[in-house]
Design a protein around this ligand. Sequence first.
Ligand SMILES: NC(=O)c1ccc[n+]([C@@H]2O[C@H](COP(=O)([O-])OP(=O)(O)OC[C@H]3O[C@@H](n4cnc5c(N)ncnc54)[C@H](O)[C@@H]3O)[C@@H](O)[C@H]2O)c1
Length: 289
Amino acid sequence: MPLDFSKLDDKRIFVTGAADGIGAALARLFRGAGARVFLCDVAEERLREAAHGLDAPFAACDVRNTTALARVVERAWREFGGLDLVCANAGVVAQGPILEASREELDWIFDINVRGVLDTCRPFVRLLREHRRQGHILMTGSEAALSYPRLIHGMQLTAYLMTKHAVLALADGLRADVAAEDIGVSVLCPGPVATNLSQSSQALRPTAAGAAPGATAAPGSARPPSAGITPAVQERLGVLSLSPDVIAERALEGLRRGLFVIPTHPHTADDVDHRQAEIRAGLAALPTT
Ligand SMILES: NC(=O)c1ccc[n+]([C@@H]2O[C@H](COP(=O)([O-])OP(=O)(O)OC[C@H]3O[C@@H](n4cnc5c(N)ncnc54)[C@H](O)[C@@H]3O)[C@@H](O)[C@H]2O)c1
């Protein structure tokens, strides 16, 4: 039986990437509806502010630190006497030609966007199993998990696209693994959202901070966040961008409807249709005998 999200005042929720953007909006929405919310993010100062505003517990943690992350999930479980929903939302973006992406930068984005999501789910599912409880996982993917959105052609976001496709694959596989248990999985797939994703990622990326001594990115691998965005694309992004609060509302509506894929922008349908048409064309070209 899927968890009933029509009511939130009995829910205990854990959110990563909760200091800002979509994660902070999810935390606000859930808290405003009476849920208990535990906030987690690597940006300690912003996290503290976000948590104080909601009178919610929090823990600063880098989702790349598997052991520390498991301890934080366990702490949230202990403090709340269980968790019903875990939102594996923390993520970063990287921009640049994929052939010039350094190993270090690819490891960085995959460690956060893919392994970080998996490692957020692991302790939660373990605890649910140990305590024979029902629970739900909401991963934040992207519309870039569903196709190669036309809007971002030319923006050289291939590494990001790869990680978001991997998040969808992870959600699919995990859903199959827990199919016989009372554990649900959904993937939030937003189009453009008005957040500080580019700026916060730029500040966190290995060449700016946290790089191994002597490590450098390949020339041209990571660019300023606005690289490749023409004024026309900028304008279109402005028109299509939704606020994180709207995304949080659409996420909740998706959870209430029991959706696996939760898109947020109607234009995603065109990109998905295009991808489907390409697949169909390939299939139609198969020999008939
Ligand atoms: N903004 C968009 O247009 C958009 C569209 C689709 C999907 N998304 C996805 O939404 C999610 C949230 O992004 P956002 O747009 O709200 O950006 P954001 O930068 O406002 O929020 C991301 C948060 O994740 C945190 N974070 C980054 N690395 C971390 C780490 N290693 N450990 C713990 N926390 C970490 C950041 O400190 C930040 O608070 C991401 O997964 C992103 O890929 C964003």
